[in-house]
Design a protein around this ligand. Structure first.
Ligand code: URP
Ligand code: ZN
Ligand code: ZN
Length: 492
């Protein structure tokens, strides 16, 4: 017996049509008009949209970073993602300095194996390139990993030099892999930060001055030029500003294989209103590159509309605003105690530090913010309901383009015969007020606090299994599958 989704409107990147969708086992087996339920379970979708499960290709779950560890993991982070309509994500494995890529991979297997509740894949962040690692890169394809990430920022932590970037791109190009970059000039940031601190500029708002847009534009251009020289497909993550968008646009106009994403927060948050909020409040919004200005928001909307940017992701990397008081306990009580698989379960006295690490020194604020649960609803509200994006462009940015660029299409990212039945039953009339009081992410604030969105995933299916039914969580640990990805993915 399968499941028949009847009377809904199917939204994909190419179409918006009234159609019934039959799911048998884990895949979509038939799409058509007036299909008979017969022996199948009927899901009446009248007045609803049927959309592909969201794909977030930029997350950092359970990441040791900035003197602590990001809160959401492959357990609770997955539940939060699904409540927001995201059924697949790609997380970043980090090569340990002095270790191999496989060493990093083993660590990420431990974080996800038997724990994952939704489907997931991995990018490989190369932090320490040598000959052995160069030889190891192609073996990642056998592991289902076809994308490499390089940080041009975070000096003395993850940052690589230009030779590493260039040589990695050469190997990647030879093997049909794609290179992703965090594009900010880390040397310049490392020079600006001590000068700001020495001048007493220690509040969160100065984080933006330590990473001005120029250093993002410069690094983006450098990576774009190297893509042109090597022919290696390039994907620039979390783009925020005009100089970076201009560099990408120029590369594309020259025919270089370059693509880019922005993240939801960069459409909304500003230095003045958020990073510069009174007291230490601005720490909530410290991420790199920094949030920018209202003018940049307009540039980004233009870039997702005209195709310069292909994807909207989250860069989800959440830390307690106030880790010192152990709000994880309150969080567990409020949600009925989701299964905590992290350090606190092993040691209930442990207090995971959060943003407060940077009181008196903005450079010590852990970089990153939550958004995994919010992405689809916030983008629907601000993109589709506002008339900036068509529903199909929304599906393209949040579902199909991520799948295509990263070698998961058409298994993921669309509703088509033969695709995984990752299906959202989306109610375009239902309203929801976003709040840390009700979200499922394990974090004590929400960047979109108080925003009312119209359009929510009321039921979420993964490979034919219902994960979310209204407020109810039906998922289970270990049900999420690792999705091996194909090399030679298309450049969009
Ligand atoms: O501030 C950020 N973006 N934190 C996560 C790590 C990264 O740079 O993507
Ligand atoms: Zn980054
Ligand atoms: Zn990131």
């Amino acid at each position: 017996m399968g499941t028949l989704f009847k009377n809904g409107t199917v939204i994909t990147a190419s179409d918006m049509v009234q159609a019934d969708v039959l799911v048998e086992g884990e895949i979509v087996t038939l799409i058509g008009g007036n299909l008979e339920a017969g022996i199948h379970e009927l899901v009446d979708c009248a007045g609803k949209y049927l959309m592909p499960g969201g794909i977030d290709v930029h997350t950092h779950l359970d990441l040791p970073f900035g003197g602590t560890i990001s809160n959401d993991d492959f357990d609770v982070g997955h539940m939060a993602a699904a409540f927001g309509g995201t059924t697949t994500h790609i997380d970043f494995v980090v090569q340990p300095i002095g270790g191999s890529l496989h060493d990093g991979l083993e660590t990420w297997w431990e974080k996800s194996r038997d724990i994952a509740q939704i489907d997931y894949a991995f990018h490989m962040a190369v932090t320490d390139l040598n000959e052995a690692v160069m030889n190891e890169i192609p073996t990642m394809i056998d592991e289902g990993i076809t994308s490499l990430k390089l940080f041009m920022a975070y000096k003395n932590v993850f940052m690589i030099d230009d030779a590493t970037l260039f040589n990695t791109m050469r190997v990647a190009a030879d093997n049909g892999m794609i290179v992703m970059v965090h594009a900010e000039n880390g040397d310049v940031e490392a020079a600006l930060t001590p000068a700001l601190l020495a001048a007493g500029k220690t509040d969160p708002v100065w984080h933006a001055s330590s990473r001005p847009p120029e250093i993002e534009g410069e690094a983006t251009n450098r990576a774009v030029v190297m893509s042109g020289l090597t022919g290696c497909p390039l994907y620039v993550v979390h783009m925020t500003c005009e100089s970076a968008i201009d560099a990408l646009r120029r590369g594309r106009s020259l025919g270089y294989p370059v693509m880019g994403e922005t993240c939801v927060q960069y459409f909304f948050l500003t230095v003045d209103d958020h990073l510069g909020a009174p007291g230490f409040e601005g720490a909530k919004y410290v991420c790199s590159p920094p949030i920018r200005s209202a003018q940049d928001h307009g540039i980004l909307w233009g870039a997702v509309r005209d195709g310069t940017l292909q994807v909207v992701s989250t860069d989800h990397c959440d830390f307690w605003y106030d880790g010192g008081h152990g709000p994880w306990q309150e969080w567990n009580e409020r949600t009925g105690g989701a299964d905590w698989v992290g350090y606190e379960k092993q040691d209930p006295t442990y207090r995971r530090p959060g943003k407060e690490l940077g009181i008196g020194n903005f450079a010590k604020i852990p970089n990153g913010m939550p958004g995994l649960e919010d992405r689809m609803m916030v983008m629907w509200e601000s993109g589709v309901n506002s008339g900036r994006l068509s529903p199909s462009r929304f599906a393209e940015l949040c579902c199909s383009n991520p799948a295509k660029i990263f070698g998961m299409y058409p298994r993921k990212g669309t509703i088509a015969v033969g695709s995984d039945a990752d299906i959202l039953v989306w109610d375009p009339q239902q309203e929801h007020k976003i709040s840390a009081e009700t979200h499922h992410m394990r974090v004590d604030y929400n960047c979109y606090e108080g925003m009312t969105v119209k359009g929510v995933p009321v039921q979420v299916y993964q490979r034919g299994r219902k994960l979310v039914d209204g407020d109810q969580w039906l998922g289970s640990n270990g049900a999420g599958q690792f999705i091996p990805r194909a090399a030679d993915a298309p450049v969009l």
